[in-house]
Write a protein that binds this ligand. Structure first.
Ligand SMILES: C[S@@+](CC[C@H](N)C(=O)[O-])C[C@H]1O[C@@H](n2cnc3c(N)ncnc32)[C@H](O)[C@@H]1O
Length: 333
């Protein structure tokens, strides 16, 4: 059982060697470098919340006039200062040891970079930190809010059959998966279903929840759910494209696996606070099979399924246009 202090601090201290691994992740580095290059205009003022080694602040400093890089962990503050000194335009970056929950820059900024992202927006404090920042910022400086990197996160859930047998050792535990490689030990039992789309500059619910149904498209043993978080790091208005980055997938084993057949529907329900421990999802998770759909004809099932795929595409598309629209409005104001 976690005490209050542990749960408040959770996800906020990432060891230095893990930061070195993050530097070594090409999807992450290339994605953020490109996004920051799109968003930061020459002479801009930038704030980074949770600077780590300072790499994102370094990307921003190649165009920005001033970068405030806020980091709470003293070991990382020291590492960032050392590394930034070795790099071009490091003199444009101030590394400040402070808690991002309370910090405000001395002047308005054009861009805020905040990568406290964990799959499911669990553990790390992306949602509470950004919500608290927006409130303080608007109180002190008024609008408009800066542009956020990432701009938005889209979350989805996918029923899967997972092989939890490790050389004969059966261990149905939480697993992380590389989103950029094929997962031979997982079998997808349906397409992913989006349960949340949040745009950081807009007001958002501090909770992540879903109460919905998914159509099974492949028969099997439903023994786990895959949680997917895709982050839209930035939107390029000129090319109408986005720079995206997936955090690692998380596989959550189900307490009671279900045997499912193609055409079955499963009801999935969960609710947790952004930044909560990993087990907050499992603790609130309910997955049940709905049998009433069985009596429908194959044609009806196809229509239902096609509808859900179409919906997914429409949701993603309409949300992306929503961001694009609000950006066009901001730019024209
Ligand atoms: C996932 S790391 C990202 C680091 C860096 N931005 C990067 O992209 O490499 C999140 C960072 O946020 C810092 N952090 C977490 N909570 C914080 C808080 N409340 N105030 C300031 N920094 C915080 C952590 O110490 C960590 O360095």
């Amino acid at each position: 059982m976690q005490n209050k202090f542990e749960s408040l601090e959770l996800g906020q201290f990432i060891p230095l060697h893990y930061h070195h691994n993050m530097l070594n992740d090409p999807h992450r580095m290339k994605g953020f470098k490109q996004a920051i290059d799109w968003v930061v205009k020459p002479g801009a003022k930038v704030l980074e919340l949770g600077g780590g080694t300072g790499v994102q602040s370094f990307f921003a400093a190649q165009k920005a006039q001033k970068v405030y890089c806020v980091e709470r962990n003293p070991e990382l503050v020291e590492a960032a200062r050392k590394l930034i000194k070795k790099n071009t335009n490091g003199d444009r970056i101030d590394v400040i040891q402070a808690d991002a929950m309370y910090y405000l820059p001395p002047e308005p900024v054009d861009v805020v970079i905040c990568e406290m992202l964990h799959t499911g927006l669990l553990r790390e404090k992306q949602m509470p930190v950004i919500n608290a920042f927006k409130k303080r910022y608007l109180e002190k400086f008024g609008g408009p809010l800066p542009v956020f990197v990432p701009e938005a996160s889209i979350q989805a859930i996918q029923p899967i059959q997972q092989d939890f047998n490790f050389e004969g050792f059966n261990a149905p535990t939480i697993l992380f998966q590389d989103p950029y490689s094929i997962q031979a030990r997982s079998q997808n039992l349906s397409d992913p279903e989006i349960f949340q789309f949040l745009t950081y500059a807009e007001p958002f619910n501090p909770n992540c929840s879903w109460d919905g149904k998914i159509m099974i498209t492949q028969s099997g043993q439903l023994n786990a759910l895959r949680l997917i978080t895709k982050n839209i790091l930035a939107l390029n208005m000129e090319t109408c494209s986005t720079q995206d980055w997936y955090t690692q997938y998380i596989v959550f084993p189900l307490a009671k696996p279900l045997t499912v057949s193609k055409g079955d529907k499963v009801a999935i329900c969960f609710n947790y606070q952004g930044g909560a421990p990993l087990n907050a999802l499992s603790d609130s998770l309910e997955v049940t099979k709905i049998n009433d759909i069985k009596c429908q004809s194959v044609n009806e099932l196809n229509i239902l399924y096609a509808g859900s795929v179409e919906n997914l595409a429409n949701i993603a598309q309409s949300q992306q246009s929503k961001i694009a629209y609000s950006k066009v409005q901001k730019n024209s104001n």
